[in-house]
Design a protein around this ligand. Sequence first.
Ligand code: CP
Length: 341
Amino acid sequence: MSWFDLAGRDLIAETDWTREEYDIAMKVTDQLKGAYYSRIPHPTLEYKTFAMMFFAGSTRTRMSFETAMTQLGGHAQFIDPQTTRLSLEDKPGAGETVKDTAEAMERYCDGVGIRLLDDKIRYYGEADEVMQKFAKHCRVPIINMASDINHPCQSLTDIYTMHEKLDADVRGKKIVIMWAWSPWIRGWCSVQGTALISSLYGMNVVVANPPEYDLDPRVMQDCRDLASASGGSFEVSHDLDSALDGATVVFPRNWFTKDRYEIGKEKEAEIAKQYVSWKYSAERQKKLGNPGYLLQCMPVDRGNEADAEVCDNRLSWILDQAENRLHTQKAILTLTMGGRL
Ligand code: CP
């Protein structure tokens, strides 16, 4: 494995890259973050263009990628797919195919980012299929900026942030990814991504959720396999308060049931209302280890997923975590779109 092996690579699922490759990405993140704070210019991608297709909304992902490309000396092109010729239906008469779109795009740019999830897809797995199709037809790297299944840029940020805050010592630390009530009804990508990357790095991972909210069984099996290889552990609990006991890190987040695309959002909201007490609060913070920290990818539903008090106190990492999106994505872009001189 060499650093240059990441040149030209896609990043669609957390499992696309090995532990060694994530280690390299974290080393490059350190270098680029150091350069940023030392005001040392780092134009690793001069004259290069990253095309960003946002089918769904974003605050952090759009801004951090756009800023990343500016600081790397290149350009980020924001594309609202609704204003293009593309149709995901991929059938005669519907619009331009993914194949033609991808093959044309690679003539203009050096990498393509795609965000596709939630209401913009018809069934779980569709966004991943679309990204795989882009990857098949596009010779430049495809970077997943959040899909229905994975959110690898967020996941790298989460593990980087935990290494940074815990003095590079995450192995054996307990992280609880807890379902939290919210009327927003969120997807699975962030929680599944954090579970995968934490398992890869040997953490003791507990996913705590009401019985209706078990995550993708294939992803959970991947977590078990990764934890077994890394010396960590992975378990699912339906008892929130005992799950939180002694945790170093907690990630409270709403997510929908496996039936979301069959039953619709209203039925989802009815199921969720049974569990309004599933919230991260100052009282629950006391159950964690001493200290126990808040990791949350944002946006956070303050007052529902987590009380404002725990979002804003000294044990909350959320804004440093948001900033780290910039630094980790600069590493991903540099390694995949840059390569050696
Ligand atoms: N965490 C995250 O992906 O945030 P945005 O949805 O604002 O991009």
